[in-house]
Design a protein around this ligand. Structure first.
Ligand code: AMP
Length: 411
C-alpha cells in the first residue's frame, strides 16, 4: 500500500485545496502510480475498474496542465476530451471534474445523448476547456463543426472494454482521427481483451502501464452468497429479504428491461420506495432515479447491467442479483457497486436451475466458491445424503457481517 501524499505527487496548490475540501486525504494506489507520470506528459494504459479512484487519477493532471497553459478556448473548440461509454458515467466524471476544478477558472461542457442538443451547442459557443461526452453525441456535434477537436491536448478514453461491448468502436475511431497527433492520451479498461489492446496500441505513444489487481480489491471486502431457488420463488424471496432494515440501500440487478420494470412494480406495490433504471428510461428519468437513490429517498434501485455500469453511489449495503448476468464478467462489475472506496458490502445472487452453468462459470473465473445460503441445488449425479449439507436448516441472514449471520427462513 502506497503511503504517499497528494502534495508529494506534485499537484498544484489549487488542486490540493480542492482535494482537501473533498476529504481525499491519501492517494489511492492508482492515483499514486499515475499522477506523477501524467504530470510528466506520459501516455497511460490503466487496467482498473470504477472504484479504484481512476477518475481523480486522470482528472487532476488534466486540470493542472490546462490551468498552466492559460489559454482561452475559441468558440466550439475543446482543449481536453474525456469519453465515457454511458451517460451516467459521463455525469459522474463531470461531478468529479467540477469538484476538483473548483479553484480554477476552467469551463466544462457535458455532451451526451438523451439531453438537449441545443443547450450543449449553446454551451460550446463559448468553447470548453474540458468536454466530457459519450461517443454518439460527440460524433454528432463533430460532424456539424459544433465541436472542434483539432486543439485537444488531453484525451481520455474511459472504460474502453465497455465502449467496445456497446459497439462504439467506429465512433471512437472517427473521434480519434479528429484529434491532433501531438496530445497526451490515457486509456482505462477493467479488462484487456485483444481488441482493447489493439485500440490502445493505435491510440497511445509509449504508454506507462498501471494495473490495479481486481481480486485484491474486491474479494476480501465483499461477502458473497447464493440462494438456489426456482424462478417463481424469486419475487417473494426478495420481498421477504427487504423486510430486513439492514438492507438499507440496495441495487437489484435483472437481466432485462422488462424484468426490471416487473420487479420494480412488485416492490412498489409492497410499499417499498424503488426506482428502475434501464435503457428505455429517458435521461431525466435516469438522473432522477440516481438522485433519489443517492439521497436515500429511494431505498432500492432496480437496474440492468448497462444502465448500472459505472454508477458510483456510496453506502450501497447490498447488491442483489435477481437474475445472474449472462456473462460472468458482468458479475464482478455488479458486485463492485457495493464495497466502494474501502467500505464493506454484501452481494446475494438468486440462482434458478437454468442459471447454474453461469454460476459455475462465475466461480471458475473468480477462482472462488460463493457460499450457499438458500437451498443447495440437487446434485447433478446421485450422491448419498451427507449430514450437514447446506439446506433449509442452514439458511442465513444477510444483515450482520462477521459474527452471527444466523439464519432465518426467507423463502
Ligand atoms: P472512481 O474509481 O474514480 O469511480 O472512484 C471511486 C470512489 O472513490 C469515488 O466515490 C471517489 O469519490 C472516491 N475516491 C477517489 N479517490 C479517493 C481518495 N484519494 N480518497 C478517498 N476517496 C476517493
Amino acid at each position: 500500500m502506497t503511503q504517499t501524499t497528494f502534495t508529494a505527487l506534485g499537484l498544484s496548490e489549487p488542486l490540493l485545496r480542492a482535494l482537501d475540501a473533498k476529504k481525499f486525504e491519501i492517494p489511492t494506489p492508482i492515483q499514486a502510480d499515475t499522477i506523477p507520470a501524467l504530470l510528466a506528459n506520459k501516455d497511460l494504459l490503466g487496467v482498473a475498474q470504477t472504484g479504484s479512484g481512476k477518475t481523480a487519477a486522470f482528472t487532476l493532471p488534466i486540470l493542472q496542465h490546462l490551468a498552466a497553459q492559460q489559454i482561452r478556448p475559441a468558440p466550439f473548440v475543446a482543449r481536453a476530451l474525456i469519453l465515457a461509454p454511458t451517460r451516467e458515467l459521463a455525469l459522474q466524471i463531470d461531478e468529479t471534474v467540477r469538484a476538483l476544478s473548483i479553484n480554477l477558472r476552467l469551463r466544462t461542457v457535458v455532451i451526451i445523448g438523451g439531453a438537449s442538443r441545443f443547450k450543449q451547442v449553446e454551451a460550446m459557443r463559448r468553447g470548453a476547456d474540458i468536454v466530457i461526452g459519450t461517443p454518439g453525441r460527440v460524433c454528432d456535434l463533430m460532424q456539424t463543426r459544433e465541436l472542434v477537436l483539432g486543439a485537444v491536448s488531453q484525451f481520455v478514453l474511459d472504460e474502453a472494454d465497455r465502449m467496445l461491448d456497446l459497439g462504439f468502436i467506429k465512433d471512437i475511431r472517427r473521434i480519434v482521427a479528429a484529434l491532433p497527433p501531438h496530445r497526451q492520451s490515457c486509456l482505462f479498461s477493467a479488462t484487456m481483451p485483444a481488441e482493447v489492446a489493439s485500440l490502445a496500441n493505435s491510440l497511445l505513444r509509449d504508454p506507462i502501464r498501471v494495473e490495479i489487481a481486481r481480486k485484491e480489491e474486491t474479494a476480501p471486502k465483499i461477502e458473497q452468497f447464493v440462494h438456489h431457488l426456482a424462478q417463481s420463488g424469486k419475487q417473494s424471496l426478495l420481498l421477504s429479504m427487504l423486510q430486513e432494515e439492514a438492507l438499507s440501500r440496495v441495487i437489484v440487478f435483472t437481466r432485462t428491461k422488462h424484468g426490471a420494470n416487473k420487479v420494480a412494480s412488485v416492490l412498489e406495490n409492497a410499499g417499498i420506495q424503488v426506482n428502475a433504471i434501464h435503457g428505455n428510461k429517458s435521461q431525466p428519468q435516469r438522473e432522477k432515479a440516481l438522485r433519489d437513490f443517492r439521497s436515500g429517498r429511494a431505498r432500492v434501485l432496480v437496474a440492468t447491467d448497462i444502465a448500472a455500469r459505472g454508477i458510483d453511489v456510496t453506502g450501497i449495503s447490498h447488491v442483489i442479483n435477481f437474475d445472474l448476468p449472462v456473462e460472468a464478467e458482468s458479475y464482478v462489475h455488479r458486485i463492485g457497486r457495493t464495497a466502494r472506496a474501502g467500505a464493506a458490502g454484501i452481494a446475494i445472487s438468486f440462482c434458478d436451475p437454468s442459471e447454474r452453468p453461469v454460476l459455475r462459470q462465475i466461480e471458475r473465473q473468480m477462482n472462488y466458491t460463493i457460499e450457499v445460503v438458500g437451498d443447495a441445488p440437487p446434485p447433478m449425479t446421485h450422491q448419498p445424503k451427507r449430514p450437514g449439507a447446506p439446506g433449509q436448516a442452514q439458511r442465513r441472514r444477510y444483515n450482520d457481517r462477521g459474527g452471527n449471520r444466523g439464519m432465518r427462513s426467507a423463502a
